[in-house]
Design a protein around this ligand. Structure first.
Ligand code: ZN
Length: 203
């Protein structure tokens, strides 16, 4: 399986990092070795001094597809969950300055913790899902999918022009504003509509 991540998909987050608001989706990938599941602890890597959290709604692909039309995109994912797109912001900033790829900053082992997934049919409106990241019980990021620049269906249509989507692939749909550093000892908790979906510690 592969992990596809959408960058700059919330305008307020693009602005907080001084990035232009994109006119088409920006995407990058993480390998399967980036996954961290079942509440396993995340170990702070020694190659960064500025590891940032990015809480994101994650889609799970349920059907193989390429060149998917937007009107059929909803048939290609069946479950929704939460993940953290961990980012070594210091490495990413250097890479961006030089126009280099982001993999060192984004694709390292454990950089994609995910929590539980539920059927997307549990949500009456996919374009109105609120979610939140708390660190040590303090709210750090609050988002709602109504603020997405590119909807779930638009993302799937766009990405599948370039990359075949396979069953089990995950799509991280972008982070709202409020990204910031995590530290050793932090406890992260992710909520969708006030229900706990994701929980782990940084060691
Ligand atoms: Zn992200």
């Amino acid at each position: 399986m592969k992990i596809i991540c959408i960058g700059r998909n919330y305008a307020e987050h693009a602005k907080e990092l001084n990035n232009a608001i994109p006119t088409e989706p920006v995407f990058f990938m993480k390998p399967d070795t980036a996954l961290l599941k079942d509440g396993e602890a995340f170990y702070y890597p020694d190659f960064t001094k500025d590891l940032h959290h990015e809480i994101e709604i994650v889609l799970k692909i349920s059907k193989v597809g390429k060149h998917i039309k937007q009107e059929f995109a909803h048939k290609y994912y069946d479950e929704i969950g939460l993940g953290i797109d961990f980012t070594a912001r210091d490495l990413q900033t250097k890479a961006k300055e030089k126009g280099l790829p982001w993999e060192k900053a984004k694709a390292f082992d454990g950089s994609a913790p995910i929590g539980k997934f539920v059927s997307k049919n549990l949500f009456t409106e996919l374009s109105d899902i609120s979610f939140e990241l708390k660190i040590n019980d303090e709210s750090k990021q609050i988002g709602n999918t109504k603020d997405l620049l590119f909807s779930f269906d638009q993302i799937i249509a766009y990405v599948s022009q370039f990359v075949t989507l396979k069953v089990g692939d995950l799509i991280f749909t972008g982070t709202p504003e409020g990204v910031g550093p995590v530290n050793i000892g932090d406890k992260l908790q992710g909520y969708i509509k006030n229900e706990l979906f994701l929980e782990f510690e940084v060691k």
